[in-house]
Design a protein around this ligand. Structure first.
Ligand code: UDP
Length: 386
């Protein structure tokens, strides 16, 4: 008898898992999605008026240091090399990001060499902070007060809705500091955009006769669902929602996008971050720039506003404040007592994961799951330790 699995959520984690399971096991997979589309927050569509591929939930640039992850994506949908270049707006001026020699030259009205830039930044950083325990300490230790205030403090406060000293240092570590003129936003060698959009990648993953996709259907955590005849359930929704928030809600940020269509070009680059607190949005993205190999007469832009997620909002960024981590432990412990269920993905594990991490983790978890079935060992509830 083939196994029967239920996967809740047709985002990257659920979809990669579904495909890996049917490719490596004799099984049927039902993948259930509460929204009316697949691909989760990576969903893309072609805007009718302009013909431009829009990243519906904000900009997604695929980047990885692992060739096998790049190749995996390309097996299902073609990625084209693309370098993301972002600008920062501060106090009426536009600067280069991530911080590089160009940014320093402009900000300090100087002409640095790689060596003098390094020495100068060394004089700005606060070395009395030996171990940076949070975002703010990490920034001041590396960059000093002035650069931190100009490019990080306001943006981060708007983006996360709290003082940056309450946030983990790991968030800042996402952004490199460069002592050359390289303004590639990402450090990874493989960086690209899918020629046909991210939804095409997910659609091709799910295009298999033993995968059934059901849209517009929410998973209800009740005895009917749990006792139905699935051999295993993989849940990629938020872990607190699985438990009907019985111990409270994990905090997330949600985003709102204001769309505008213009003739020609709007801002001349794919993304400008607005780093000052007095400008209410965090960034403006101009999506035609994500496919520079195509030409368009019009342009579509989105102003991005961040706020605290409430009931029914789409979830984007897990905040992981102290109280959240405590609550997460409670839910993880409860989850550990369940049988035949696993939690995966950004929401299921409550981590700030990128697409490449999600793909890798889902592939690894599918492999582990197959091993567990073969050796009759217990299946882990989570792919990670906290
Ligand atoms: N950040 C900032 N200023 C910027 C860009 C980023 O302060 O101009 C901080 C901010 O806290 C943000 C984090 O760095 O949440 C990570 O930025 P990234 O661009 O990686 O965020 P994402 O694209 O995932 O929203």
């Amino acid at each position: 008898m083939p196994f029967r699995f239920l996967i809740v959520g047709a985002g990257f984690s659920g979809s990669v898992l579904a495909r890996e399971l049917v490719d490596h096991l004799d099984c049927f997979v039902e993948i259930r999605e509460e929204r009316n589309h697949i691909a989760g927050n990576c969903h893309t569509y072609v805007d009718e008026e302009t013909g431009i591929t829009v990243h519906h939930y904000g900009p997604h640039i695929f980047n990885t240091d692992k060739k096998e992850i790049w190749d995996y994506f390309n097996r299902y949908s073609e990625l084209r090399h693309y370098v993301h270049r972002v600008k920062a707006w501060h106090d009426g001026k536009v600067y280069s990001l991530p911080i590089n020699i160009s940014t320093l030259n402009q900000f300090f009205e100087n002409t640095f060499t790689p060596e003098s830039a390094r020495e100068f930044l060394n004089t700005l950083g606060d070395h009395s902070i030996l171990h940076a325990g949070n975002f703010e300490e990490q920034a001041i230790r590396l960059l000093g007060e002035k650069l931190y205030k100009a490019f990080f403090y306001g943006y981060t406060k708007k983006q996360w809705g709290c003082e940056p000293r309450l946030l983990p240092a790991s968030i800042l570590k996402r952004l490199p500091i460069r002592f050359d003129y390289n303004d590639n936003y990402h450090n990874n060698p493989y960086t690209g955009i899918p020629v046909n959009g991210y939804t095409d990648f997910v659609s091709n993953l799910l295009n298999h006769r033993r995968i059934k996709v059901i849209l517009n259907k929410k998973f209800q955590n009740n005895s009917d669902e749990l006792s139905s005849s699935y051999d295993h359930i993989f849940y990629t929704g938020s872990i607190d929602s699985f438990f009907n928030y019985e111990h409270g809600r994990l905090s997330y940020r949600t985003l709102r996008f204001e769309k505008e269509i213009h003739e020609g070009d709007f801002q001349g680059c794919p993304q400008i971050n607005y780093c000052d607190e007095n400008i209410p949005f965090t960034r403006i993205t101009e999506h035609k720039y994500f496919t520079p190999w195509k030409k368009f007469n019009k342009t579509v832009i989105f102003k991005e506003y961040s706020s605290e997620a409430e009931n029914g909002n789409n979830l984007f960024y897990p905040k992981r404040l102290k109280a959240d981590k405590d609550l997460l432990s409670v839910y993880r412990e409860k989850a550990g007592q369940l049988k035949n269920i696993s939690f995966l993905g950004r929401l299921g594990t409550y981590r700030y994961l990128d697409m490449q991490h999600v793909i890798e983790e889902s592939m690894g978890f599918a492999k582990l799951f197959v091993e567990c079935l073969k050796t009759d060992s217990p299946v882990p509830v989570f792919p990670n330790r906290e």
